[in-house]
Design a protein around this ligand. Structure first.
Ligand code: FAD
Ligand code: MLT
Ligand code: ZN
Length: 493
């Protein structure tokens, strides 16, 4: 979809159009090779991961240092050139790509680990370090990044902070609002905000770094991060379970919290439909399938539980006794436990591959919501029902725009992912879903974005989760730090 598909979104006439003089200036700052103008090379920066949103930027800049970013932003601010900060471009809300011809500033070349303190566990790094690279570096030093997600091979740690990503470990390590200790960022006028602290405690005034966590590129460009990394667990185990109802998923979670307590590190749920997608996509036999039949069994729900701790014997015993108890009283119908690292990764694949599998028919409308646990799954049923009633959904009939509506997510965080897997990005499907989904979420006092952010997709819907006073305060902050509105326009607020 391009801006033309959204007639209510107009290019802001205050913004300047790119000139040769601008390009010459950019080249003088970052060098010829770091100024991308070739239309083939631009394509990957203009289109998002879902292939849902496409902008028309004419230039991507790839600075190598904070001071280069400062010079570039100062120039763009003075010349009223709108800017989109870009990390790994894995945003799921159309936040990382331009809408019109904004200048893209990629932090891909800011990719060094600056320091790691093994005693405190504090990592300092550039914002363009790929999450998986940060994780591998930390593994060598007996530590773990307090965030993990399916896009780890592509997303950057700066992008994670800019979106306040949640992911698969939030249940254990909490949100980035707690683990980020300091940041370095460039404000829209080029001012460098340097707060790369190593302090666990600092109560001297407002905690300014929090403003940038989840700011989605609207206040400045994050260039460095200081983050507290926990000790790496010595033993990790995964159980993959089949359950007969959503109530049993909730009951299993309640019991896991109580019985597995400090070693519980993830509790993820998936409906059967999501497993059918993952099965088609990966071509693997399902972990709970029988010997002769590789298909996804008939359980309506599946759960992946990860435990991690410091003593394998102790952790294994705890997991075993938990599983015995939930299977004995038939809370859980079936299950398997990883026996080694390879099996552990394979079991995780049945959860992590759902994102990609959801796009295999052509595209996906994604809703990432927080809801009270008892009511969480019913949203998937009501959306599927609505799409069927409107004659838009059929898994078998390829003339229908929607293949299916699937649900999965982070039960431990009260976060449902509802993916409406489509054969095309049809406007009638979007209109059937929005604001319907947001109204359901508001009626249950949930959040229309648990972890993916607002971006372009939810810009018009923030009032479903924030009050007029909150919206005004956000607008005031934006106006104060970005008075010309050059940072990531047409999004967020
Ligand atoms: P981008 O996509 O490039 O940018 C995201 C936003 O941040 C944009 O608004 C951009 O302008 C801004 N931005 C990026 N870098 C900077 C910077 N240095 N300074 C200022 N602003 C910046 N999210 C979750 O929360 N949990 C998940 O489990 C999860 N799993 C995912 C799995 C897959 C397969 C995919 C594709 C995405 C997933 N996401 C998940 C989405 C998630 O938001 C991103 O993966 C990630 O946090 C974004 O990082 P990025 O570097 O790709 O940022
Ligand atoms: C996930 O939990 O898998 C992510 O948030 C990404 C997604 O929903 O596609
Ligand atoms: Zn998620």
């Amino acid at each position: 979809l391009t801006a033309e598909n959204y007639p209510d979104v107009k290019r802001d006439p205050r913004f300047a159009h790119l000139t040769d003089t601008d390009l010459a200036f950019f080249r003088s700052v970052v060098g010829d090779k770091q100024v991308i103008t070739d239309s083939n090379d631009l394509a990957a920066y203009n289109e998002d991961w879902m292939r849902k949103y496409r902008g028309q930027s004419k230039v991507v800049l790839k600075p190598k240092s904070t001071s280069e970013i400062s010079t570039l932003l100062k120039y763009c601010n003075e010349h009223l050139l709108a800017v989109v900060p870009q990390g790994g471009n894995t945003s799921l809300v159309g936040g990382s790509v331009p809408v019109f011809d904004e200048v893209v500033i990629s932090v891909a070349n800011l990719n060094r680990v600056r320091s790691f303190d093994e005693t405190s566990g504090i990592l300092k790094a550039d914002s363009g370090v790929i999450l998986e690279n940060a994780e591998s570096f930390l593994a060598e030093h007996g530590a773990v990044f307090p965030l993990d997600l399916g896009a780890k091979g592509s997303c950057f740690i700066g992008g994670n902070i800019a979106t306040n990503a949640g992911g698969l470990r939030l249940l254990r390590y909490g949100s980035l609002h707690g683990s980020v200790l300091g940041l370095e960022a460039v404000l829209p006028d080029g001012t460098i905000y340097d707060s790369m602290h190593s302090l666990r405690k600092d109560n001297t005034g407002y905690d300014l770094k929090q403003l940038f966590i989840g700011s989605e590129g609207t206040l400045g460009i994050i260039t460095g991060i200081s983050i507290l990394c926990p000790a790496r667990p010595r033993s990790v185990n995964v159980a993959f379970l089949g359950l007969e109802s959503y109530d049993k998923v909730r009951e299993t979670f309640r019991r896991a919290r109580a019985d597995l307590c400090e070693i519980l590190s993830a509790f993820e749920f998936m409906d059967r439909k999501s497993q059918v997608f993952a099965s088609r996509f990966t071509g693997l036999p399902h972990p709970l399938a029988g010997e002769d039949n590789t298909d996804v069994p008939d359980y309506p729900f599946y759960v992946l539980i990860e435990v991690s701790g410091s003593n394998k014997e102790h952790d294994d015993a705890k997991l075993e006794s938990f599983l015995e108890s939930v299977m004995e009283d038939e809370t859980v119908a079936d299950g398997t436990v990883s026996q080694d690292e390879t099996q552990l990764k394979t079991l995780w694949r049945w959860r992590e591959s759902i994102s990609e599998a959801s796009t295999m028919f052509g595209g996906v409308f994604k809703y990432d919501v927080s809801l009270p646990l008892p009511k969480m799954y019913s949203l998937v049923d009501s959306v599927a029902e609505r799409l069927k009633e409107k004659g838009l959904l059929s898994f078998e009939d390829s003339s229908k725009p929607v293949a299916d509506a699937i649900g999965y997510g982070h039960i431990g965080d009260g976060n449902l992912h509802l993916n409406v897997c489509v054969r095309e990005y049809a406007k009638e499907v979007e209109e059937a879903l929005e604001p319907f989904v947001y109204e359901q979420v508001q009626a249950n006092r949930g959040s229309i974005s648990a972890e993916h952010g607002v971006g372009f997709q939810k810009k018009h819907y923030i009032q479903y989760s924030k009050s007029p006073v909150e919206i005004q305060m956000i607008k005031d902050l934006k106006k104060h730090y970005d008075p010309k509105g050059i940072m990531n326009p047409y999004k967020y607020i």
